[in-house]
Write a protein that binds this ligand. Sequence first.
Ligand code: AMP
Length: 255
Amino acid sequence: MKVMRTIAEIRAELEPARDGTIGLVPTMGALHAGHLSLLEAARSECDTVVMSLFVNPAQFSETRDLTAYPRDEERDLAAADDAGVDVVFAPEAEEMYPSGFQTWVDVTELGSVLEGEYRPGHFRGVATVCLKLFTIVRPDVVYFGQKDAQQVEVVRRMIADLALELELRALPTVRDVDGLALSSRNQLLSPEERERALLLPRALATGDPERALDVLDGLDVDYVEVAPFHPPVLAAAVRVGSTRLIDNIPLEESQ
Ligand code: AMP
């Protein structure tokens, strides 16, 4: 497995791979079984698997959230290697946002509701970094988790709107045995907070926003809403202590 830090390096590295299919799995690291499910799908479907490892400052609206985000590159590289990744792209922030950077992609409507309402600028940061990664790697297939259903919807819209030549694959949410959706942020929860966080999947399992809100009674709830995505989902965001968690369940079988 090769680790590339610059755009020039990864472009040169991927040149010979362009005869076959290239799969890209964008991540912010702190890899868990959710990420691994994406890497596994990419490994089985593509000739070359690229994983990006970049904690994207542009998608964090709060500095505290960005600083607290868990980072362990050594462990992530070992996990990526085990998962059969061919190339990791792990740039510094300056490589992606050089001085003078001022070009942004804004998926205006989808990016401003739900998560977008509580995290202004978040999806602008997501769309921009994804487009830049797509331009650098030029993948045939990109892999995303349904755990971040609105992110999938935003990126899918951007791909359609800008006529990008790539396929998006969204894979089901991987959960812990107790039902909590795996998230890099889970490691920031104390045991007591984790116990309370379990109300989130339990609430969503009702499949109904009002019943879900009843289950979440006592938690700091940002929203619980049915979102008209593909498929429609019941989505929620809650704060447990200083950690903000999101989750959703599809309301139709087809993903
Ligand atoms: P992140 O590192 O949090 O930006 O996530 C990278 C990718 O992994 C995104 O496409 C996420 O939706 C996906 N992902 C995160 N958590 C899970 C999970 N529990 N199940 C499936 N995919 C996930």
